[in-house]
Design a protein around this ligand. Structure first.
Ligand SMILES: NC(=O)c1ccc[n+]([C@@H]2O[C@H](COP(=O)([O-])OP(=O)(O)OC[C@H]3O[C@@H](n4cnc5c(N)ncnc54)[C@H](O)[C@@H]3O)[C@@H](O)[C@H]2O)c1
Ligand SMILES: [Zn+2]
Length: 341
C-alpha cells in the first residue's frame, strides 16, 4: 500500500492506494458510523460493511440532486447521526460526490471517508475534495471544497466493473499522462491489454500514478485558482460533446483531448507526431477521437458552459506529452479554430 497526503483547508486527506476494503474498520473511529452507497455496490460488496447502517442512493446522474441530498439528511437524522459520528461513502464518483457534500454540510460538517469502487473514482472523483450535486441542468453546480479523512483505493474492487466504466476511468488516466507524466503515457502505450483486462498490477500502477499527479496539483491549488485547471484538459470541448451527444463522459473527454491536442500544435508548439500519438493511444483503448458534430453546435454549447467567465475561457493545451499549459482564449477565437480544424 502507498499513502499520499493532500493538505486541504478543511484538513488532511490520506489517499491509500492498494489498501483493501476488508481493512476499512481500522480507519473508522469507535463512534457511530453510517455508510452511504448504491444498490450495485451494496449487492457486490455489502458483506464487507454489513455491520454499519447503510443509506443506498439511486444510480445515475439523475439522482445526483438536492432531492437525494434531502433524503440523506432525513436518514442521517433518523439514524441519530451527530457531529461525533463518521460517514463513509462506498461507491463510484456519484456516491463520493454526494457523500462528501452531505457530510460537509450536515450539522455544518461531519468527518467522512471514501472507499472508491470505480476506476474513475479512484483516479479522479474521490481525490481532491471537490464534491456536490447537479442543479438546473448543470453538472456539479452546487457543492463545496472539503477533504475526506481518507480514501481507500482497492484495485480488487475493479474486477466487477463493466467495460464502459473502465473506459471512463482510463480516459482520465490518459489525461493525467498527457498533462503531467510522459512515463505514464509510455506505460499506457505498452500495457493496453493489461489495462483492458483489468490486471490488478497494471491498474494499481495507473491509480498510483494518477493519485500522485492529482494530489500534487491539488496540494498546489486546492480551489482551482490556477494550476488545478490543467486537470480540465479535454473537458472544455468534452463537456460540450457530452451535453450535445449524450455520450459517456470518458468518451466525450477523449474527443475533447484530441481537439485540444490538435489546437496545441498551433497554439502551444506541440509537435504533430505527439498529437497523433495521443490520438493513437486513445483509439487503441477503444475511445473515440472524431468530433462528429458541427463546430457551430459545439460553440453554442460552450457558451452555455458554467465554466466560461465572460467572453474568455481558460483553455488547457499541452506543449509536449507530459507538460500542460493554460491560456485565456476568446470564445470567438475558439469558434474560428474549431471551424478550421
Ligand atoms: N469530485 C470530482 O473531482 C470528480 C471528478 C470526476 C468525476 N466526478 C463525478 O463522478 C461521477 C461519475 O463517477 P463514476 O463513473 O464512478 O459513476 P458512478 O458512481 O455512477 O458509478 C458507475 C456505475 O458503476 C457501478 N459500480 C460502482 N462500483 C462498482 C464495482 N466495483 N463493480 C461494478 N459496478 C460498480 C455503480 O453502481 C454505477 O452504476 C460524475 O457524477 C462526475 O461528476 C467528480
Ligand atoms: Zn472528467
Amino acid at each position: 500500500m502507498k499513502v499520499f497526503e493532500i493538505q486541504g483547508h478543511s484538513g488532511t486527506s490520506r489517499i491509500l492506494v492498494g489498501e483493501v476494503l476488508a481493512n476499512l474498520p481500522q480507519y473508522l473511529p469507535a463512534t457511530k458510523v453510517v455508510v452511504i452507497t448504491d444498490d450495485t455496490v451494496k449487492d457486490l460488496y455489502g458483506t464487507a460493511f454489513s455491520q454499519y447502517p447503510a443509506i443506498s442512493i439511486g444510480q445515475g446522474e439523475q439522482y445526483k440532486t438536492l432531492d437525494t441530498l434531502a433524503q440523506i439528511y432525513a436518514e442521517l437524522i433518523r439514524l441519530g447521526v451527530d457531529r461525533s459520528s463518521f460517514i463513509v461513502g462506498i461507491g463510484g464518483g456519484i456516491v463520493c460526490d454526494i457523500t462528501g457534500f452531505a457530510a460537509a454540510t450536515f450539522m455544518r460538517g461531519i468527518p467522512y471517508g471514501f472507499v472508491a469502487t470505480t476506476l474513475l473514482a479512484q483516479v479522479d472523483a474521490s481525490v481532491g475534495g471537490k464534491n456536490g450535486v447537479n442543479f438546473g441542468g448543470y453538472k456539479n453546480m452546487v457543492g463545496v471544497f472539503s477533504q475526506p479523512r481518507f480514501v481507500i483505493c482497492d484495485p480488487h474492487l475493479l474486477v466487477s466493473l463493466p467495460e464502459a466504466e473502465v473506459l471512463c476511468g482510463l480516459a482520465e488516466v490518459i489525461k493525467h499522462g498527457a498533462i503531467a507524466d510522459k512515463a505514464l503515457f509510455a506505460y499506457l502505450q505498452n500495457k493496453i491489454q493489461g489495462a483492458l483486462s483489468l490486471d490488478p498490477v497494471v491498474l494499481e500502477h495507473l491509480v498510483h500514478q494518477s493519485v500522485v499527479i492529482k494530489a500534487g496539483v491539488v496540494n498546489a491549488d486546492e480551489t482551482e485558482q490556477g494550476r488545478r485547471r490543467i486537470l480540465n484538459f479535454g473537458h472544455t470541448i468534452g463537456h460540450a460533446v457530452e451535453k450535445l451527444s449524450g455520450m459517456p463522459h470518458g468518451q466525450a473527454v477523449s474527443i475533447g483531448m484530441q481537439v485540444a491536442a490538435r489546437l496545441s500544435t498551433t497554439l502551444a508548439g506541440l509537435p504533430l507526431d505527439q498529437a497523433e500519438a495521443l490520438g493513437q493511444l486513445l483509439r487503441s483503448y477503444g475511445l473515440p477521437t472524431e468530433l462528429g458534430l458541427s463546430p457551430e453546435k459545439v460553440s453554442d454549447a460552450l457558451r452555455k458552459d458554467k465554466k466560461k467567465s465572460g467572453r474568455q475561457i481558460h483553455y488547457v493545451l499541452i506543449e509536449e506529452i507530459g507538460k500542460a499549459t493554460v491560456i485565456d482564449l476568446d470564445l470567438v477565437e475558439l469558434d474560428r479554430l474549431l471551424a478550421a480544424l
